[in-house]
Structure formats: C-alpha cells, structure tokens
Ligand binder design. Structure first.
Ligand SMILES: Nc1nc2c(ncn2[C@@H]2O[C@H](COP(=O)(O)OP(=O)(O)OP(=O)(O)O)[C@@H](O)[C@H]2O)c(=O)[nH]1
Ligand SMILES: [Mg+2]
Length: 442
C-alpha cells in the first residue's frame, strides 16, 4: 500500500496535449474531487471526457483515462488526465491534485512502484529507460527484448541448475539418514558446475555485446601529424567535419562525431597529431590526445603506408600498447597493393571498408547480436560476474574434495546474486526450490 503520487508524464513545453498522471490507492478519490465525473463508482477501466475545476475555477476540459488495480502500469489505481498541452494548465492540474492529498512523484517512482507491485522484474524496469534512450533501431529492439521479459528469462536455466545441485547437497547434509535419498555423486556435481560456468561465460560475453550495441563505443583516432587522421574521420563520418591540410599539426583540438556502423554507434574522436612540439597550443592539443586514448574503448592508430615507421610512430605504438587497438596503414592509394596481412586504407579515396569490417569483427558484433536478448547493463553484468566468481570457487572446492557444505556456501552466494539480477530475495526462494524437489519428512 502506497500513498498517491502525481506527476507530469510529458515534457513541460507547449504541445498539442499533456498528460498528468496519478497512481496510488486514493487516485480515484483525488481525481474525482477535481473532475466533473465521480470515478470512484467505476467498475471497469475506461475514458471519460469532462472538466477539471479547482477552488471553483475551471482549469481545463480534459479526457481522463482510468485504470483499475491491478490492471495498470504500476499495478495500482491510476488516472491519467490528458489536458491541452499548456505547461500552465498541467501545472494547475498537478497543484489541484496536491491540494487534494496527492504528493509529487520522485524520479522513476512510477516504474519503481510497478516493480514493487510485482508488475515487472528489475531487468524489465531498467529496460524502460533503455527504450526511451535508444537512438538506433537496433538498440531499441534490444531494449524491447528486455522490457518484454526475454532477457530475464535467460536467468532461469542458471537459477534452476544451481538449485538442482544445491538441493541435492542440502538434503544430504540435513537428512543423511533419509533412505530414499540419491547420494551425491561428486563427478556429476562437478560436471553440473562446469555446465553452469559455460552458460555464464556466454551470458557475460553476450551481455557485453548488448551493452556495446546499446551504448556505442568511444573510438579515438591517433597518430603522428599528417598521416591522415582527420581525413579518416571525415571518411568515416561521410562529411567534411575536420580541417584537412598538408601542413603537419593542423588539428589542435579534439574533433568529434557519431556514426552508425551497421547499427553500432561509434563516438569518434579525431585528435591532434602526437609529436614533440614547442608550440603552446599544439602541446595542449597533444595532452588532449593522450586523454582521448585513455577514454577510448578502441584506438585506431594511423600510420603512413608510404613511409617507414619512424621514432614518432614507435612512440605512439608504445603509448597505445595496452589499449584495445587497430593499426591502419593510410594512403594506400599511393602504394602498390601488397598482401602482407596489414590493414590498408585510403582516407582520401574513401577506401575504408576493411577498417569498418575489422571494427565489427573485433567486438564480435554479428547479425545475431542485434536480435539476441541479453543482460546488458553494468549492474546486470556486474552481478553475472559475481556469480561467475562464486561458481569458480565452488568448482575449485568441489575438485579438491572440500566438504559439501563448503561447496554449498559458494553456490548459495551464486544463487542469491542470480536472483538479485531480477531484484528478487534469495532466502525464501531457495527454500521453496529445495522443498519443491524433495518430499522430506513426508
Ligand atoms: N594520397 C593520400 N593522401 C592523404 C590520405 N589521407 C590524407 N591524405 C593527405 O595527407 C595530408 C594530411 O591529412 P590530414 O587528414 O590533415 O592528416 P592528420 O593526420 O589529421 O594531420 P594533423 O591534424 O596535422 O595531425 C592532407 O594533404 C591529406 O589530403 C590518403 O589516404 N591518401
Ligand atoms: Mg588532423
């Protein structure tokens, strides 16, 4: 049971319509105090046209959408007033609701109530934000898979597999005298844990891919002056965004732009050519280049295909050694084609396909990645990694012959973290899992 909250569900700007919504046990009463119809008498959901008045003053003519518990987004009684799209009107409707007992909703409170009232799990609740924030069709599709529960469903086989082993261990520990009991077979248990480990590896890998599809990648283009970094940026962007000249040291500041590469959003940064410089402005630009390398998910190191690597190139290669990187040889148009395994591009002639393919391949983004549900935000992946760690401990303990209750402790931890992904409590659920499998004490 929650108090009744009110908020504007649309942006506070002039528009055709605005929506003010109420949710909570007293929604119908509060709405009825300011609306021309009595909504408390409704026995079914519906919409009604009427007037909103407060302190005997007409505020607006509106349509009220009425949702009855539990058939609403939040699972509570809920009323949405569709008003004319004036921020002033919306504000007055909200004030009238507040004066009649509602309180202002806090950020995300409607969704949090939907979660608390069991309308959705935590993965689904998180997906609402992803749906709203998606900027590509691909990321929206992934978010909808999570919203509709397809990502949450990925948890279940792992939860059940852990519970299978746990229940066997627990019952053997607690009821060793129970005759019908299947004794624990250690190799079988180890096999089961390895199976869980494999499933987790897949989930984490696919989660990272989903995260990349959703959030995009920061890609930084670096190299010494004049190798064609800005030209490469322009070729990738298909736009003349950065200034290109034959003068070394042209780019001073970081130049940024986004592209959508087969559904993968790349946040590109072209940087100042890195070299020893006495020019104060150029030096500042080079400091920014170093920062951009640190912030990058992927560094593109540009080398000049027409000349031998020099000391400056070597320094940049050393500097990016620990970054995820792709080394490209630019200006291939000036050079005879050789098949030496190096990645050649020509930013000038826009021959950069090989680089685009290499990027997609490096992050293992394939057609299926866009269609696959995944647990793909930092919280979900972090918990999956916790589960991985506990499972690894359980596996090592099981292999070295540790006692079953030691193995059980790690498995219980894993089980609890699995449920946390969905925002569920572990204790009650685990007991239910165990006793649903065995009729102990029957
Ligand atoms: N032939 C040929 N010339 C290129 C290519 N890419 C760039 N250039 C030329 O190389 C020169 C430098 O290009 P930029 O893109 O400004 O090089 P940069 O690496 O950004 O240089 P700085 O900003 O000074 O660090 C220009 O004259 C470009 O036209 C290429 O693929 N082929
Ligand atoms: Mg440049």
């Amino acid at each position: 049971m929650f108090d009744t909250i009110v908020a504007l569900a649309t942006p506070p700007i002039k528009s055709a319509l605005a929506i003010v919504r109420l949710s909570g046990d007293d929604s119908l009463e509060i709405a009825s105090k300011i609306f021309s119809h009595d909504l408390t008498k409704l026995d079914r959901p519906g919409h009604l046209f009427g007037r909103i008045t407060h302190n005997d003053k007409l505020i607006d003519e509106v349509v009220a959408l009425v949702f009855l518990k539990p058939h609403s987004f939040t699972g509570e009684h809920s009323v949405e007033f569709i008003t004319h799209g004036s921020p002033l009107i919306a504000e007055q409707v909200i004030q009238a609701c507040l004066a009649n007992g509602a309180r202002l909703a806090t950020q995300g409170e409607y969704t949090s109530r939907a979660y608390m009232n069991g309308k959705m799990d935590l993965v689904q609740a998180e997906a609402i934000n992803d749906v709203i924030n998606a900027v590509t069709n691909e990321s929206k599709r992934l978010a909808l898979l999570s919203l509709t529960g397809a990502s949450s469903a990925l948890i279940d086989p792992i939860r059940v597999a852990i519970a299978d082993i746990l229940s066997l261990i627990e019952v053997n520990i607690d009821y060793p005298e129970y005759e019908d009991l299947e004794p624990i077979d250690r190799p079988k248990m180890i096999g089961g844990i390895i199976e869980i480990q494999k499933r987790l590896e897949t989930l984490v890998r696919e989660g990272h891919q989903g995260q990349i599809i959703k959030e995009g990648l920061n890609l930084t283009i670096v190299g010494k002056p004049n190798v064609g970094k800005s030209s490469l940026l322009n070729a990738l962007l298909k736009e003349d965004k950065a200034i290109v000249t034959e003068i070394a040291g042209t780019t001073r500041d970081v130049v940024e732009g986004d592209i959508n590469l087969n559904g993968l959003v790349l946040h590109l940064s072209d940087t100042a050519g890195i070299r020893e410089s006495l020019d104060a402005i150029e030096k500042m630009g080079i400091v920014k280049s170093f920062k951009a390398i640190d912030n990058a998910d992927l560094v593109i190191v540009v080398l000049d295909a027409t000349s031998q690597l020099d000391e400056e190139d070597q320094k940049i290669l050393a500097l990016t050694e620990n970054s995820k990187r792709i080394i490209v040889y630019n200006k291939s148009d000036l050079k005879q084609k050789t098949d030496d395994g190096k990645l050649y591009v020509s930013a000038l002639t826009k021959d950069i396909k090989a680089l685009e393919i290499a990027i997609l391949k490096l992050f293992e983004i394939e057609e299926e990645s866009y269609l696959r549900p995944s647990l793909n935000n930092a919280r979900q992946i972090g918990l999956l990694q916790n589960v991985q760690r506990s499972i690894e401990v359980a596996l090592n303990d099981a292999i070295v012959g540790a006692s079953f209750d030691i193995v059980s402790a790690s498995l219980q931890e894993a089980y609890s973290d699995v449920l946390k992904i969905l925002g569920l409590e572990a204790n009650i659920d685990l007991a239910q899992e165990i006793f649903s499998r065995f009729c102990v004490g029957k």
